[in-house]
Design a protein around this ligand. Structure first.
Ligand code: F6R
Length: 259
């Protein structure tokens, strides 16, 4: 696991966009996308790279981490719609190649299995973007999630629903259930890139990176993956004990060694 500390959220977003840009140029054709506020700077910079640096998403398939159960695809807060608004509408990513679990499927359990199969058939995902919840969730694998879970229905904690109420008219409008990739599903991607910014993420980042591997901090499962890059701003890095080492690694990176 490599921890990359950037001065601010903008810089962190640009760093992750650069990782994705290089992966696409190198031949990656499957991306894993997250929603929420953390990746917005990444998407802004990918759009800029598409417009000014000829980054093309032609032939790329994008798989979303999760979707709210009960929200129709065109709902402003469905994750499919968020990705359309923030990224797909502004680049040459074929909308038919943006894949999400369907939140309005009549049988969500079956839909979760369908999505897992589609992902496995198209995978492995080359680069998977991840955010982290203040309780350590990735995707919507809340504390207590099996570290070897596949795509399935999860119930959001009240804390997560409160956090996400800012995107809705209030907590009562936040769906209680989601379909989310499991921790094993996420772990099947070749390169996991987690972005976290702001002081409210510092506890979760420290627990995930330097704490014990535990279902109580689902993001700690990243410690078991062979290729993880954690990109944080100074504020989210604040509680990392090994900061001097992470900075030293960045300063002394061998020429040509990417992330
Ligand atoms: C979203 C997702 C979640 C978010 C997490 C952080 O697709 O899977 O894990 O990444 O809840 O959300 P923000 O970035 O809004 O703080």
């Amino acid at each position: 696991m490599e921890v990359v500390i950037r001065p601010d959220a903008e810089d962190a977003g640009r760093t992750v966009a650069g990782i994705i840009h290089r992966a696409i140029v190198a031949g990656t054709r499957t991306l894993g996308l997250a929603t929420g506020s953390s990746p917005l700077g990444i998407y802004r910079d990918l759009v800029r790279r598409h417009r000014h640096e000829a980054l093309s998403f032609a032939g790329v398939d994008a798989f979303l981490l999760d979707e709210y159960i009960g929200l129709r695809p065109a709902h402003p807060q469905s994750f499919l719609e968020v990705i359309r608004r923030e990224l797909a509408d502004h680049v040459d990513l074929d909308p038919a190649r943006v894949h999400a679990p369907q939140g309005t499927a009549s049988d969500p359990r079956q839909e979760a299995r369908r999505f897992e199969r589609a992902l496995t058939a198209a995978g492995p995902v080359g680069v998977q973007i991840l955010g982290i919840g203040v309780n350590g969730h990735i995707g919507f694998n809340e504390p207590g999630s099996s570290l070897v879970s596949c795509t399935r229905i999860k119930t959001l904690t009240d804390a997560t629903r409160r956090d996400n109420a800012r995107f809705f008219g209030g907590i009562d409008e936040v769906p209680r259930h989601v379909i989310t990739q499991g921790l094993a599903t996420i772990g099947a991607a070749s390169h996991l890139v987690l972005i976290a910014t702001g002081p409210h993420k510092s506890h979760a980042v420290a627990a995930a990176v330097e704490g014990p591997v535990s279902a109580m901090c689902p993001a700690s499962v990243l410690q078991l993956h062979p290729h993880v890059t954690v990109v944080v701003d100074e504020l989210a890095a604040a509680r990392l004990e090994q900061q001097p080492y992470y900075r030293e690694v960045a300063r002394c990176k061998p020429a040509g060694q990417g992330y």
